[in-house]
Design a protein. Structure first.
Length: 250
């Protein structure tokens, strides 16, 4: 059964072994995914990667290579990052089924991304903060070791199953309608966060020498609220008025 998942992007960050990239490409293609982005891979795909990709060498050949995760997801309206462990500051968390459902429900509005981190250490806290949600595969706690391709396969399967279900059960009204909320892409939200940081430094709320976790907590709050495009513009307008008031006091 053919379904279009061209707006779903699999992002692999700083992968150390190119054979894992090949295996991940194979896992993607078996589930109908084709958009692969490699962020600063330690080892570029070679003959070993192609061998493990088997019939998915086209996915490898068309993979985009970028320097940073931010570059990989800047035009995405939804980014979900894989996280193998609970962080000091919890982020909105999804299970694999919810992850597939979320990606499929929004993939027709803009590109969406599912991000996988380094084999040994996953994604950094800074990279995870670029995500709207985190997803964790509930593996056996006594032996939870999943290699990269296994994780890609598991979550790609959930994406495909949700896409098949959405097509099977969608009514004309649902399938032809867009969400009333238009969400901003990552590039826009990053500009908003930069504006927030500059404005809060201007008011003295953030001390440059001791910034603490203010911006991390603010990101978590706003990611949880998920402001749409109009709300982001309103927040930027409020920040501009704060900038103006701060300048007038100086």
């Amino acid at each position: 059964m053919s379904i279009s998942l061209k707006n779903v992007r699999i992002v692999l960050v700083n992968t150390s072994d190119c054979r894992n990239i090949g295996s991940a490409a194979r896992a993607m293609k078996t589930m109908g995914l084709s958009q692969l982005v490699l962020v600063d891979p330690v080892e570029m795909p070679n003959g070993q990667a192609q061998a493990l990709a088997a019939g998915a060498t086209d996915v490898l050949a068309n993979a985009q290579v970028v320097s940073t995760m931010q570059e990989a997801v800047k035009d995405c309206g939804l980014v979900i990052g894989t996280s193998a462990r609970s962080r000091t500051l919890p982020w909105p968390m999804l299970d694999p089924r919810e992850c597939g459902q979320k990606l499929v429900s929004e993939m027709n509005n803009f590109p969406v991304a599912l991000v996988f981190g380094r084999e040994s250490s996953g994604l950094t806290n800074e990279e995870l903060q670029l995500c709207h949600f985190h997803v964790q595969i509930p593996a056996n706690p006594e032996y939870s070791s999943l290699n990269l391709a296994m994780a890609v396969q598991t979550l790609s399967y959930e994406i495909r199953m949700n896409a098949l279900a959405a097509r099977k059960y969608a009514t004309d009204d649902v399938s032809n309608s867009n969400s009333e909320d238009e969400y901003p892409v990552v590039e826009e939200t990053e500009r908003m966060y930069q504006h927030f940081e500059e404005a809060l430094k201007g008011t003295g709320f953030i001390t440059p020498s001791h910034p603490g976790l203010v911006m991390t907590k603010l990101r978590r709050l706003l990611n949880r609220a998920r402001p749409d495009v109009k709300e982001v513009r309103m927040l930027r307008g409020i920040l501009s008025s704060v900038d103006k008031a701060s300048a007038n006091k100086k």
